[in-house]
Design a protein around this ligand. Structure first.
Ligand SMILES: Nc1ncnc2c1ncn2[C@@H]1O[C@H](COP(=O)(O)OP(=O)(O)OP(=O)(O)O)[C@@H](O)[C@H]1O
Ligand SMILES: [Mg+2]
Length: 260
């Protein structure tokens, strides 16, 4: 059995709206194992993105972490200073979003933005970096990596843009990728291709992926484990096959019914 890479215990996050305080996450427990894909599924507004942002300590100022620990390789990320988080973001843990058009700056070339990650996290000479970026774009299955490198993000199709963002996310060899609805804006064929890519990268790069999605079908094919979240609480986590065959929570049964 692989060991636990990310261990979230009793994480509660609240938001203050005028004089009211509302819990967005309530005592969330979640574990991502090494070289595993964990599918995090749940309805809209259940707190999936908030979990991802909590891990990277990127919560909006209105949100407050009330309690809990987020152990990554045994260290509590919630106890790290802002400065100590910098080498973790992008280097150890990176994030892939739903809409890469917003993740890339429109006025810089895609290749240069991927290179930025290497400038920040890796010690490489300029020529070596350019070659490395080309190699990354090839690795994520972009057919004409030279062209993609020179392009601005709006010049790439949605599928290629998503691949380019994944190239950026893996640039510094992270252990964990948080992918928040990474295929929601793509058509079914592109979705399947990105799923294949994640599966391949998991093995090739010994990656763990926290895959946030509404899409149980995607999770069924891709994830080693599933966690189900409802109203800010993880109601069950287990091996994908086991959760699909023998869901232990009524809410999971309802989600599965909706799929069939
Ligand atoms: N900055 C904020 N201020 C106030 N409320 C917020 C803020 N960010 C999130 N919330 C609330 O927290 C809850 C959880 O939001 P979150 O974005 O984590 O849900 P989600 O599961 O990712 O939803 P979706 O599937 O629609 O992306 C929602 O009720 C949302 O309105
Ligand atoms: Mg979300």
């Amino acid at each position: 059995m692989s060991e636990i890479l990310l261990d979230i215990r009793n994480l509660s996050v609240s938001v203050r709206e005028s004089q009211y305080k509302k819990n967005i996450l309530s005592k969330v427990n979640l574990q991502v194992k090494g070289q595993n894909i964990l599918g995090l599924v749940g309805g809209s507004g259940s707190g999936k993105t908030t979990i991802g942002l909590s891990i990277l300590r990127l919560l909006a100022p209105a949100l407050k972490t009330e309690e809990g620990v987020i152990l990554f390789k045994g260290n509590d990320l919630l106890k790290l200073s802002r400065k100590d988080m910098c080498p973790i973001r992008g280097k150890e843990i990176s994030m892939v979003f739903q809409e890469p058009l917003y993740a890339f700056n429109p006025v810089f070339r895609v290749g240069d933005q991927i290179e930025e990650v290497l400038i920040y996290h890796e010690q490489m000479k300029r020529k070596e970096r350019k070659g490395y970026v080309l190699n990354l774009l090839e690795k994520v299955g972009i057919p004409d990596p030279k062209r993609a490198m020179q392009s601005y993000s709006h010049q790439l199709s949605g599928g290629l843009r998503q691949r380019a963002m994944i190239a950026q996310a893996i640039a510094a060899n992270p252990n964990l990728i948080i992918a928040d609805e990474p295929t929601s804006n793509l058509d079914v064929t592109r979705q399947a291709q990105i799923m294949d890519l994640f599966r391949r990268l998991k093995t090739q790069l010994k990656l763990s992926i926290l895959l946030v999605t509404h899409d149980l079908g995607m999770v069924k094919h891709l994830a080693d484990e599933i966690a189900v979240i409802k109203d800010g609480t993880v109601v069950e986590q287990g091996e994908t096959r086991q959760v699909f065959n023998r869901p232990s929570h009524l809410y999971t049964c309802k989600l599965l019914e909706a799929l069939s």
